[in-house]
Ligand binder design. Sequence first.
Ligand code: C2E
Ligand code: CA
Ligand code: CA
Ligand code: CA
Length: 280
Amino acid sequence: SKHAGRNCYRFFTNELQVNAQNKKMLSDDLRRATYENEFILCYQPIIELKTEEVAKAEALVRWNHPSKGIIWPSQFIPLAEEMGLISEISSWVAENALKQSILWRSMSGKERPISINTSPLLYKGDPAWIENWLQQLKANHIPGNMITIEITESLLMESNDSIKSQLITLRDHGVEVSIDDFGVGYSSLSYLQELDIDVLKIDQSFVKGIESGNDSLALCEAVIVMAHRIGLKVIAEGIETAKQHELLLEAGCDYGQGYYYSKPIMAEEFTERFITQAPL
Ligand code: C2E
Ligand code: CA
Ligand code: CA
Ligand code: CA
């Protein structure tokens, strides 16, 4: 009825206002959080499929909000990008992941490779971050190849000279470059030729379907063959079952990541389970 329609409309308007208010509150909080470092890093192991040993750890950021508790990256990374805070947050992530890797090395006497996520916006801002960050690597005697930078296909799609030169500088220092969520973007494959990429991470949406006999397994197999032919390693994301692990191992995939091995966990737990203990 007309009446319900009006109510509905009013409700909708109120909801929009509430959302706008929430967003304003969250933005104010996020600005403060950025300057007071209210973030934490979780780590998820990346497993070598053949040996089932931990090859790397991916650092995943969370916001530890003083009253709201843990807030997931999907709820604040886009906001941080919109607010121009992503460089600050990224530097915090890069610096802290580096500290963790140094700590793990000192505990185990072994280099501990870490993979970090980078927002496309990072490469569009002040390129000074690269020099700063490479200096930190050097000062701590961390070989560049202990760090992998994860980028998304969208970055490569709009890749200009500045972005390319930043990626080249990183690679010149041995830092590995990995394409995150491979297969869900709209870009062509030509960038794989143009830029020196090291790793493809097959998006979890493909891994999800491989047990159910649809085309997902064929797509994963094709990506793995193609990647290997051009000298890239492959990580399958979102592995949740033993069967998925098995199928991807058979398909020749190099690495896997997912709840089947471990959820992202706090650094202390990661240390207990994967650094000071025997492998998996
Ligand atoms: P991503 O880089 O693709 O990270 C993988 C996401 O999948 C993580 O969600 C992880 O918890 C989740 N995941 C891992 N294994 C499984 C599995 O077996 N099943 C399922 N269903 N999910 C799994 P998370 O931590 O919520 O991160 C979401 C996204 O936020 C990340 O996606 C990444 O794009 C972004 N992000 C996280 N940390 C950072 C950061 O430090 N900087 C930037 N720029 N983005 C970040
Ligand atoms: Ca990632
Ligand atoms: Ca991913
Ligand atoms: Ca290469």
